[in-house]
Design a protein around this ligand. Sequence first.
Ligand SMILES: [Fe+2]
Length: 300
Amino acid sequence: MFRPFAPKVFQLGYVALECPDFERTRQHYAETIGMHQTDTGHDGEAYLSIGYEHHNIVLRKAEKKALTHLGFQLQPGTDLKGLVKEFAGHGLAAQVKSDSQPGVRELVEVEAVPGVVFQLYPEIVAPAPGFKRTGVAPLRLGHVAVISSHGDKLIHFFRDILGFWFTDTIGSGLANFFTCNRDHHVVNVLNVPQDRVHHIAFQLKGNASHAMACDALREAGVGVKWGPARHTAGHNLAGYHYDPDRVLIELYTDMDQFVPQLNMCEARPWHEHFPMVPRDWGLHELCAWETEFVFNLAQG
Ligand SMILES: [Fe+2]
Protein backbone atom coordinates (compact mmCIF):
# COMPACT_ATOMS: atom_id res chain seq x y z
CA MET A 1 0.00 0.00 0.00
CA PHE A 2 1.28 3.46 -0.84
CA ARG A 3 2.26 5.53 2.14
CA PRO A 4 2.29 9.25 1.37
CA PHE A 5 5.20 9.80 3.74
CA ALA A 6 8.72 9.98 2.43
CA PRO A 7 11.22 7.61 4.01
CA LYS A 8 13.35 9.21 6.74
CA VAL A 9 16.49 8.75 4.60
CA PHE A 10 16.98 9.17 0.86
CA GLN A 11 20.26 7.49 0.01
CA LEU A 12 22.95 5.09 1.12
CA GLY A 13 26.04 7.18 1.76
CA TYR A 14 28.73 4.87 3.04
CA VAL A 15 29.56 1.36 4.18
CA ALA A 16 32.20 0.77 6.87
CA LEU A 17 33.98 -2.57 7.07
CA GLU A 18 36.50 -4.18 9.36
CA CYS A 19 39.04 -6.15 7.37
CA PRO A 20 41.81 -8.56 8.32
CA ASP A 21 43.60 -8.13 4.99
CA PHE A 22 43.53 -4.35 5.38
CA GLU A 23 46.28 -3.20 3.02
CA ARG A 24 45.26 -5.40 0.10
CA THR A 25 41.60 -4.45 0.66
CA ARG A 26 42.49 -0.74 0.80
CA GLN A 27 44.42 -1.10 -2.43
CA HIS A 28 41.53 -2.93 -4.05
CA TYR A 29 39.10 -0.08 -3.37
CA ALA A 30 41.67 2.66 -4.11
CA GLU A 31 43.32 1.21 -7.21
CA THR A 32 41.13 -1.52 -8.70
CA ILE A 33 37.73 0.01 -7.97
CA GLY A 34 39.28 3.47 -8.44
CA MET A 35 38.53 5.54 -5.35
CA HIS A 36 40.38 8.43 -3.68
CA GLN A 37 41.53 8.10 -0.10
CA THR A 38 40.40 11.39 1.41
CA ASP A 39 41.44 10.80 5.01
CA THR A 40 43.09 8.47 7.51
CA GLY A 41 41.42 8.03 10.92
CA HIS A 42 42.99 7.83 14.38
CA ASP A 43 43.04 4.03 14.21
CA GLY A 44 44.43 4.05 10.68
CA GLU A 45 40.99 3.77 9.08
CA ALA A 46 40.95 4.53 5.37
CA TYR A 47 38.21 6.89 4.15
CA LEU A 48 37.61 6.39 0.43
CA SER A 49 35.53 8.48 -1.94
CA ILE A 50 34.14 7.59 -5.36
CA GLY A 51 34.50 11.21 -6.47
CA TYR A 52 32.24 13.62 -4.60
CA GLU A 53 31.40 12.93 -0.94
CA HIS A 54 34.10 12.70 1.72
CA HIS A 55 33.68 8.94 1.91
CA ASN A 56 31.63 6.09 0.54
CA ILE A 57 33.73 3.24 1.95
CA VAL A 58 35.52 3.15 5.32
CA LEU A 59 38.00 0.37 6.08
CA ARG A 60 39.51 -0.46 9.45
CA LYS A 61 42.03 -3.18 10.22
CA ALA A 62 40.65 -5.88 12.48
CA GLU A 63 41.21 -9.54 13.23
CA LYS A 64 37.83 -10.61 11.87
CA LYS A 65 35.98 -9.25 8.89
CA ALA A 66 32.79 -7.46 9.88
CA LEU A 67 30.26 -4.87 8.85
CA THR A 68 31.01 -1.90 11.14
CA HIS A 69 28.14 0.36 10.16
CA LEU A 70 25.97 1.67 7.33
CA GLY A 71 25.60 5.39 6.65
CA PHE A 72 22.33 6.76 5.26
CA GLN A 73 21.60 10.42 4.58
CA LEU A 74 18.57 11.89 6.36
CA GLN A 75 15.90 14.01 4.72
CA PRO A 76 16.77 17.73 5.01
CA GLY A 77 15.62 19.37 8.21
CA THR A 78 15.45 16.18 10.29
CA ASP A 79 15.39 16.89 14.02
CA LEU A 80 18.13 14.58 15.35
CA LYS A 81 17.01 14.65 18.99
CA GLY A 82 13.44 13.96 17.87
CA LEU A 83 14.71 11.00 15.88
CA VAL A 84 16.51 9.59 18.94
CA LYS A 85 13.25 9.93 20.89
CA GLU A 86 11.31 8.19 18.14
CA PHE A 87 13.79 5.29 18.10
CA ALA A 88 13.46 5.06 21.90
CA GLY A 89 9.72 4.71 21.40
CA HIS A 90 10.47 1.61 19.31
CA GLY A 91 12.72 0.23 22.04
CA LEU A 92 15.94 1.14 20.22
CA ALA A 93 18.82 2.86 22.00
CA ALA A 94 20.13 5.67 19.82
CA GLN A 95 22.42 8.63 20.39
CA VAL A 96 23.49 11.82 18.65
CA LYS A 97 27.23 11.79 17.98
CA SER A 98 29.23 14.91 17.10
CA ASP A 99 32.53 14.86 15.21
CA SER A 100 32.82 11.08 15.56
CA GLN A 101 34.42 10.81 12.13
CA PRO A 102 35.90 13.14 9.52
CA GLY A 103 33.43 14.60 7.05
CA VAL A 104 30.30 14.09 9.15
CA ARG A 105 29.64 16.69 11.84
CA GLU A 106 26.57 15.16 13.41
CA LEU A 107 24.81 11.83 13.16
CA VAL A 108 22.37 9.58 14.95
CA GLU A 109 23.76 6.13 15.66
CA VAL A 110 21.40 3.26 16.29
CA GLU A 111 21.92 -0.50 16.38
CA ALA A 112 18.74 -1.71 14.73
CA VAL A 113 19.52 -5.39 15.36
CA PRO A 114 22.62 -6.98 16.90
CA GLY A 115 25.51 -6.42 14.50
CA VAL A 116 23.83 -3.88 12.21
CA VAL A 117 24.68 -0.33 13.26
CA PHE A 118 23.21 2.61 11.36
CA GLN A 119 24.65 6.09 11.16
CA LEU A 120 22.01 8.53 9.98
CA TYR A 121 23.40 11.93 9.09
CA PRO A 122 21.95 15.15 7.71
CA GLU A 123 25.12 16.26 5.90
CA ILE A 124 28.44 14.95 4.71
CA VAL A 125 31.31 17.13 3.53
CA ALA A 126 31.82 16.93 -0.24
CA PRO A 127 35.45 17.74 -1.07
CA ALA A 128 34.89 16.40 -4.62
CA PRO A 129 38.30 14.80 -5.08
CA GLY A 130 37.19 13.89 -8.62
CA PHE A 131 36.40 10.61 -10.32
CA LYS A 132 39.36 8.44 -11.16
CA ARG A 133 40.03 7.60 -14.80
CA THR A 134 41.59 4.28 -13.88
CA GLY A 135 40.22 1.06 -12.47
CA VAL A 136 36.50 0.33 -12.43
CA ALA A 137 35.73 4.02 -11.66
CA PRO A 138 32.07 3.68 -10.64
CA LEU A 139 29.51 6.48 -10.54
CA ARG A 140 28.09 5.96 -7.09
CA LEU A 141 27.41 3.62 -4.20
CA GLY A 142 23.95 2.25 -4.89
CA HIS A 143 22.91 -0.43 -2.45
CA VAL A 144 23.99 -2.90 0.16
CA ALA A 145 22.80 -6.43 0.91
CA VAL A 146 22.92 -7.56 4.53
CA ILE A 147 22.54 -11.10 5.85
CA SER A 148 20.93 -11.05 9.26
CA SER A 149 19.79 -13.71 11.70
CA HIS A 150 17.37 -11.00 12.89
CA GLY A 151 16.02 -10.51 9.37
CA ASP A 152 12.40 -9.93 10.39
CA LYS A 153 13.42 -7.24 12.88
CA LEU A 154 15.75 -5.61 10.35
CA ILE A 155 12.96 -5.59 7.77
CA HIS A 156 10.67 -4.02 10.38
CA PHE A 157 13.30 -1.34 10.98
CA PHE A 158 13.65 -0.48 7.29
CA ARG A 159 9.98 -0.67 6.36
CA ASP A 160 8.08 0.45 9.46
CA ILE A 161 10.55 2.70 11.27
CA LEU A 162 12.62 4.29 8.47
CA GLY A 163 9.69 4.11 6.03
CA PHE A 164 11.38 2.29 3.12
CA TRP A 165 9.14 0.99 0.33
CA PHE A 166 9.04 -2.76 -0.23
CA THR A 167 9.76 -3.66 -3.86
CA ASP A 168 10.30 -7.44 -4.19
CA THR A 169 11.26 -10.69 -2.53
CA ILE A 170 13.14 -13.71 -3.83
CA GLY A 171 12.45 -17.19 -2.47
CA SER A 172 9.39 -16.28 -0.39
CA GLY A 173 11.16 -13.83 1.88
CA LEU A 174 14.74 -15.14 1.65
CA ALA A 175 15.95 -11.92 -0.04
CA ASN A 176 13.91 -8.81 0.63
CA PHE A 177 14.28 -5.62 -1.37
CA PHE A 178 13.50 -2.12 -0.12
CA THR A 179 14.07 1.38 -1.40
CA CYS A 180 14.14 4.93 -0.06
CA ASN A 181 14.45 6.58 -3.49
CA ARG A 182 13.77 5.75 -7.14
CA ASP A 183 16.18 2.81 -7.37
CA HIS A 184 14.43 -0.57 -7.17
CA HIS A 185 16.53 -1.35 -4.11
CA VAL A 186 18.80 0.54 -1.79
CA VAL A 187 18.90 -2.38 0.65
CA ASN A 188 18.46 -6.10 0.35
CA VAL A 189 17.92 -8.04 3.58
CA LEU A 190 18.76 -11.73 3.41
CA ASN A 191 16.82 -13.44 6.14
CA VAL A 192 19.08 -16.38 7.03
CA PRO A 193 20.83 -17.35 10.28
CA GLN A 194 24.12 -15.54 9.62
CA ASP A 195 25.26 -12.00 10.34
CA ARG A 196 27.40 -10.23 7.77
CA VAL A 197 27.36 -8.03 4.72
CA HIS A 198 26.42 -10.03 1.63
CA HIS A 199 27.43 -7.54 -1.02
CA ILE A 200 28.13 -3.88 -1.67
CA ALA A 201 26.94 -2.52 -5.02
CA PHE A 202 28.46 0.27 -7.10
CA GLN A 203 26.65 1.74 -10.08
CA LEU A 204 28.72 2.03 -13.27
CA LYS A 205 28.47 4.82 -15.86
CA GLY A 206 26.65 2.77 -18.48
CA ASN A 207 26.16 -0.72 -19.85
CA ALA A 208 29.37 -0.54 -21.92
CA SER A 209 31.25 0.12 -18.66
CA HIS A 210 30.76 -3.53 -17.65
CA ALA A 211 33.28 -4.69 -20.24
CA MET A 212 35.82 -2.07 -19.15
CA ALA A 213 35.22 -2.95 -15.49
CA CYS A 214 35.79 -6.66 -16.17
CA ASP A 215 39.00 -5.81 -18.04
CA ALA A 216 40.17 -3.65 -15.12
CA LEU A 217 39.43 -6.47 -12.69
CA ARG A 218 41.26 -8.98 -14.86
CA GLU A 219 44.27 -6.70 -15.08
CA ALA A 220 44.34 -6.64 -11.27
CA GLY A 221 44.07 -10.44 -11.16
CA VAL A 222 40.53 -10.40 -9.79
CA GLY A 223 38.14 -12.99 -11.18
CA VAL A 224 34.54 -12.18 -12.04
CA LYS A 225 32.34 -14.74 -10.28
CA TRP A 226 29.09 -14.15 -12.11
CA GLY A 227 27.76 -11.97 -14.87
CA PRO A 228 27.48 -9.33 -16.05
CA ALA A 229 23.94 -10.54 -16.67
CA ARG A 230 20.46 -9.20 -16.01
CA HIS A 231 18.72 -9.93 -12.72
CA THR A 232 14.97 -10.33 -12.39
CA ALA A 233 14.34 -8.46 -9.12
CA GLY A 234 15.45 -4.93 -10.07
CA HIS A 235 16.48 -5.99 -13.60
CA ASN A 236 19.93 -4.55 -13.04
CA LEU A 237 22.81 -5.74 -15.21
CA ALA A 238 25.12 -7.06 -12.51
CA GLY A 239 28.56 -8.62 -12.24
CA TYR A 240 30.07 -9.88 -9.00
CA HIS A 241 33.59 -10.24 -7.67
CA TYR A 242 35.21 -10.59 -4.24
CA ASP A 243 37.38 -8.00 -2.54
CA PRO A 244 40.56 -9.42 -0.91
CA ASP A 245 38.61 -10.16 2.31
CA ARG A 246 35.98 -12.03 0.32
CA VAL A 247 33.31 -9.39 0.65
CA LEU A 248 31.24 -9.65 -2.51
CA ILE A 249 31.11 -6.54 -4.67
CA GLU A 250 28.46 -5.99 -7.30
CA LEU A 251 28.96 -3.66 -10.25
CA TYR A 252 25.66 -2.77 -11.88
CA THR A 253 23.79 -0.57 -14.31
CA ASP A 254 20.25 -0.26 -15.65
CA MET A 255 18.36 -0.82 -12.42
CA ASP A 256 14.56 -0.60 -12.44
CA GLN A 257 13.20 2.75 -11.32
CA PHE A 258 10.49 2.45 -8.69
CA VAL A 259 7.55 4.86 -8.65
CA PRO A 260 6.11 4.75 -5.11
CA GLN A 261 2.99 6.67 -6.12
CA LEU A 262 2.09 3.79 -8.47
CA ASN A 263 3.67 1.01 -6.38
CA MET A 264 5.38 -0.23 -9.55
CA CYS A 265 8.61 0.06 -11.49
CA GLU A 266 8.66 2.09 -14.70
CA ALA A 267 7.81 -0.30 -17.53
CA ARG A 268 10.79 -1.63 -19.49
CA PRO A 269 10.81 -3.74 -22.69
CA TRP A 270 12.64 -6.56 -20.90
CA HIS A 271 10.10 -6.89 -18.07
CA GLU A 272 8.42 -10.27 -17.73
CA HIS A 273 5.35 -8.81 -16.02
CA PHE A 274 3.24 -5.70 -16.59
CA PRO A 275 2.78 -3.76 -14.43
CA MET A 276 6.05 -4.58 -12.65
CA VAL A 277 4.62 -4.42 -9.13
CA PRO A 278 6.34 -5.90 -6.04
CA ARG A 279 6.27 -9.70 -6.27
CA ASP A 280 7.95 -12.85 -5.06
CA TRP A 281 10.51 -14.27 -7.51
CA GLY A 282 11.41 -17.96 -7.39
CA LEU A 283 14.93 -19.03 -6.42
CA HIS A 284 15.34 -20.36 -9.98
CA GLU A 285 14.47 -16.90 -11.33
CA LEU A 286 17.59 -14.99 -10.26
CA CYS A 287 18.60 -14.18 -13.82
CA ALA A 288 16.35 -12.85 -16.57
CA TRP A 289 18.73 -14.34 -19.17
CA GLU A 290 18.86 -17.75 -17.45
CA THR A 291 22.62 -17.36 -17.10
CA GLU A 292 23.73 -20.11 -14.73
CA PHE A 293 25.34 -19.18 -11.44
CA VAL A 294 28.47 -21.31 -11.18
CA PHE A 295 29.07 -20.08 -7.66
CA ASN A 296 26.51 -19.96 -4.90
CA LEU A 297 25.27 -16.39 -4.78
CA ALA A 298 23.36 -17.16 -1.58
CA GLN A 299 26.58 -18.11 0.22
CA GLY A 300 28.47 -15.02 -0.89
FE1 LIG B 1 22.72 -6.26 -5.41
